[in-house]
Design a protein around this ligand. Sequence first.
Ligand SMILES: [Cu+2]
Length: 222
Amino acid sequence: MMSWLPENISADGVHLDFLFYAIYYITGIIFILVAGCMIAFLILYRQKPGVRATYTHGHRTLEIVWTVTPTIILVIILFLSHASWAKMKLNPPKNPDVRLEVIAKQFNWIVVYPGPDGKFGTKDDVKLDNQVNIPINKTVYISLTGEDVIHSFFIPHARVKQDVVPGRQMAVWFKPIKTGKFEIPCAELCGTGHSGMKGELIVHSAASYQAFLKKLYAKKSS
Ligand SMILES: [Cu+2]
């Protein structure tokens, strides 16, 4: 199997990967069949001395088959993708375990941690540049806002990508199932520093996350 995607670290990512590969193989097989038929027919029905070309009106049963079959495949993909889309994009978790805010601006991600009170917009909030720290196996909800131009918050490993449009409140959510460090590139050309606009996602174990928070908030209060 050809592997196009980076390793998946999101609990819901399997749905997206399944759809990606299903569509990839269906279209790949159909492409080979169509191209194969074209080449075969070019050779079989090439000009031959003494053979006159004839006109054909087509084949009704064949027409029905090649119209109905793709329709059925597309309707199945539609239902499958709607279910995954709803999970990943339409229905945010009601009680996420971790909430963060990310503010996009030329050319970095400002990550806001709510502080010990768990509320944003209060004195104990802490801001970190380009570093999203989260614990493993917890649902994370990240609110996104933009300060200048359109950016796109992209975590390829978490199968998360969302345009950040100034003046609008956006969000992404996912549940990491692997610890490690992963890239957060900006996926929307946003100016001269766009290529350097890169954050880091750090998925901690439960203990290491608590240690991180303790250190982060201790620094703030000292
Ligand atoms: Cu950007």
